[in-house]
Design a protein around this ligand. Structure first.
Ligand code: ZN
Length: 285
């Protein structure tokens, strides 16, 4: 079964064809039944996925050629961006953290969102990369149960939780949210892949390369708290809303955890690839 791939071009919601060669504009392809605003489409996720089924039979001439450099952030205005720290055992060890008993949650502010092929403006000497699997909520709520959690997810995509370690560790105790919210530090995409039809959603291969060198490589089933655990936990405290973005944590291999440490430099290209979900490609300036 093929999965819907939802993205944004020129601020308008699009569906990307299976071949990745092209896309259709959702508002036009649906004959005006669905809106052009990506956030409004995420609230009507099941209709978006139904429309994606008719994309398979669309003629190639109906597709606009896909240029990844022109893709916008697929979720441009989430109300909330949550992120989970220390969610892979090997990463906990490299950062000298113990294993958390509950998900260790912080926020990235929405003003830090970036394009899938966007630029990262480095600040200082200690900007770092963190490849992450990202879940996007389709249906909000409070007190979502473990068994219901997947039905609240629109889809999954790759994410980069860029981190200014100098800012993160400037004080004792450290604080996460500002160090991870500089301009462009929240890259997600390149598009959202429907989770309901993704057989591999519980165990995906994830790789992060910096200027061609593999820095992080894991299977996502090595997470301490899986996506349903995180949704159940978050929604027991905060109301979740359609379009909310959840970063699920990074595996080992980040720059700060390496010997010697490897922080980002102008000219570095950070590529984050997740099996079946595509590749983010961010250029450091
Ligand atoms: Zn992170």
């Amino acid at each position: 079964m093929t999965s819907a791939r939802f993205g944004s071009v020129g601020g308008r919601a699009v569906l990307v064809a299976d071949s990745l060669a092209g896309f259709v504009d959702i508002e036009k392809f649906s004959g005006g039944k669905l809106p052009s605003d990506p956030m409004a489409c995420i609230e009507r996720w099941s209709e978006v996925c139904s429309l994606a089924k008719s994309l398979a039979s669309a003629k190639t001439t109906e597709l606009t050629p896909l240029d990844f450099d022109k893709l916008d952030c697929p979720v441009p205005r989430p109300r909330q961006i949550f992120a989970v720290g220390v969610n892979y055992k090997a990463h906990a060890a490299e950062m000298n953290h113990g294993l958390p008993k509950e998900p260790l949650v912080f926020t990235k502010f929405p003003s830090s969102l970036n394009r899938p092929h966007g630029q990262i403006k480095l600040v200082g000497e200690k900007c770092d990369f963190e490849a992450e699997l990202v879940a996007v909520i389709a249906k909000g709520g409070r007190n979502i149960s473990l068994t219901d959690a997947w039905s609240h997810v629109a889809g999954l995509c790759a994410g980069q939780d860029f981190s200014d370690r100098a800012l993160q560790y400037a004080n004792t105790p450290p604080q996460f949210s500002l160090g991870k919210s500089r301009a462009g530090f929240a890259a997600i995409g390149p598009y959202i892949t429907d989770a309901a039809t993704l057989a591999t959603r519980g165990n995906l291969e994830m790789t992060c390369r910096v200027s061609g060198e593999v820095m992080q490589h894991t299977q996502t089933d090595d997470m301490i708290f899986e996506i349903p655990d995180i949704i159940a936990y978050l929604s027991s405290i905060c109301e979740l809303f359609a379009g909310d973005v959840i970063y699920t944590g990074t595996p080992s291999g980040v720059g700060a955890g390496r010997t010697p440490q490897r922080f980002l430099r102008a000219g570095d290209i950070v590529e984050t690839t997740i099996q079946d979900l595509g590749t983010l490609r961010n250029t450091c300036i």
